[in-house]
Design a binder for this molecule. Sequence first.
Ligand SMILES: Nc1ncnc2c1ncn2[C@@H]1O[C@H](COP(=O)(O)OP(=O)(O)OP(=O)(O)O)[C@@H](O)[C@H]1O
Length: 304
Amino acid sequence: MPVIEVRNLHKRYRGKVAVEDVSFTVERGEIFGILGPNGAGKTTTVECVEGLRRPDRGTVSVLGFDPVRDAAEVRSRLGAQLQEARLPNRMRVREALDLYASFYPEPADSGELMDVLDLTAQRDTGFAKLSGGQQQRLSIALALIGDPEVAVLDELTTGLDPQARRDTWAMVERIRDRGVTVLLVTHFMEEAERLCDRLAVIDAGRVVAVDTPSGLVARVEPEGRIRVRFRPSAPLPEALLRDLPEVRSVEWSGEQVRVTGTPEVLHAVTSVLARNQIIAADLRVEQTSLDDAFVALTGRTLED
Ligand SMILES: Nc1ncnc2c1ncn2[C@@H]1O[C@H](COP(=O)(O)OP(=O)(O)OP(=O)(O)O)[C@@H](O)[C@H]1O
């Protein structure tokens, strides 16, 4: 049985469609991402999973329970990190964890959770005195204090600096390694690529694709093509490149040439250049990224 199953979910707010037809399943032990631009319907979807919103149409099941009908069951098994959670300024880390632990019959060990989330040194620090990364880690700890089987993390690393972001990703992996299934909402491509086992790409309330990050890339670039860009140091007859079996296309942009081909294209091009005593200046190798896949799947970039 999947841990989370969402089938043909529809949700509108006063005539405005937020979720148009969303289906996906999350298996036990996965980090499953919902990736999409602002307003795509990600938060609405996970709020239906959490039982905070009632779907207009479609079904949601969490560990076999209906989050609205069986709210108490779902609440005791699912931990949610809310977007921009705030606590009273002077509430200490330890107090916040104790307070949240009191909501659950069998909470997790708060000392261990502080260890895992690197908050032990801050146990007596008030919320307002924590750094952004520490506040974020506390909000993850609060999502996990009920010892849930499923954790829903929404915009986990928004507002964090790159180092704090990477530390937080490592924490999420540790949580998954403890057996928790993670549903992660993000609009950061790098986060999705680095952290998620599988992803649902959502755009304008619809699922565009569900796959592993590399599977999404392979959909738009089935042969794992790569691109090599450089500026030749001397005139380069295009036929030298075109005749290589590894090469698919050759495009010029001013003095710069962009050669696309199989994964062996880099070796083939540099060999032919060496034989002809041409140097490749500003050589760059580009691989199809999840960014490219997103553009190909949705017709726009995440920032649009
Ligand atoms: N309570 C609400 N009332 C009316 N419209 C809403 C409400 N909540 C969200 N919406 C609208 O529904 C659409 C989907 O919003 P949702 O928050 O689910 O998207 P999202 O992908 O999570 O975006 P974000 O990352 O900005 O939170 C948006 O157009 C949003 O403006």
